[in-house]
Design a binder for this molecule. Structure first.
Ligand code: ZN
Length: 283
């Protein structure tokens, strides 16, 4: 190949791959934030200042659901999602009841069971909630399981992960053009969802939101306390739920105070035998 051909080839390559690639990266970056930037404007200085990352804090519900869906794809390669249809349907039914009474009832929630004996649960963005089989087995009744789910829905209500993603992106210096594509956001989100350094403030907030949701749904609010107490008493190896959710005793005290101040609470979900029958397939 002579030099002229090389140059011609390069031009073709550049037209075919490089330009579309740049536009894809720019489009993805922009889609994370509101399109306030005009076309004629040079994006580079704005991108370098982290404007796109800062806009993670006010992404739309639709964008949040999209990101949550992409994180779900990624997570499905890292955790084992249960194919137990009866169990998943049961958890979904509880979830829908809670979601309708949550702070963000209009999100399209997705509830999935993770085959893992660790007592844990987590939520990502846009209504994606994951419950370990270990949590389902440890709960004595539906109200206790619902209390954990309501707590996770509370994290979604408080948009806690979105804020943590933004902080992580800024702290790790990916507030540059290269680090602002969707896949980086997805990776940060998945990493935080699985190994989230939970802030005390977020846990109290998720508890308070969760307790309100639980009560509004008609479940016995005392179940949130009884489930936490059970984990505290279990001893032995510290359950994941406790190690990642700090200050359990303090949280119990605070929940008790809140419950006592409520004039009336629901009483649903306290039938232990009915619950055991529902989850028989994994006992
Ligand atoms: Zn939590």
């Amino acid at each position: 190949m002579n030099r002229k051909d090389l140059v011609a080839n390069y031009r073709v390559w550049r037209r075919r791959w490089l330009y579309p690639l740049i536009s894809v990266v720019v489009a993805l970056s922009l889609s994370l934030g509101t399109p306030i930037v005009g076309r004629a404007l040079d994006l580079r200085p704005l991108l370098l200042q982290g404007v796109q990352v800062l806009q993670l804090s006010n992404i739309s519900d639709r964008q949040e659901v999209e990101l949550g869906g992409q994180m779900n794809q990624e997570l499905r390669g890292q955790v084992r999602i249960s194919r137990n249809e009866a169990l998943t349907n049961y958890v979904e039914r509880i979830g829908r009841r809670l979601a309708a009474n949550s702070d963000r009832p209009n999100l399209p929630y997705t509830f999935q069971v993770v085959e893992d004996d660790a007592v844990n649960a987590f939520a990502t963005l846009g209504g994606f909630v994951y419950i370990n089989t270990g949590t389902i087995k440890t709960a004595d009744n539906e109200a206790e399981l619902a209390s954990v789910m309501a707590h996770e829905i509370g994290h979604i209500g408080g948009r806690h992960l979105v804020r943590q993603m933004r902080q992580r992106a800024l702290a790790s210096g990916v507030a540059s053009a290269a680090g602002l594509d969707r896949s980086t956001a997805v990776n940060i989100g998945v990493e935080l969802a699985l190994n989230r350094p939970r802030s005390r403030q977020d846990e109290y907030d998720a508890d308070a939101r969760g307790l309100r949701t639980l009560t509004r749904s008609g479940y016995a609010p005392s179940a949130m306390v009884s489930f936490m107490q059970k984990l505290l008493k279990q001893g032995g190896s510290v359950p994941t739920f406790l190690s990642t959710h700090p200050g359990t005793s303090d949280r119990i005290t605070s929940l008790r105070r809140e419950i006592n101040s409520q004039s009336s609470g629901g009483r649903d979900g306290l039938d232990n035998a009915a619950y055991r029958a529902r989850i028989r397939s994994i006992l």
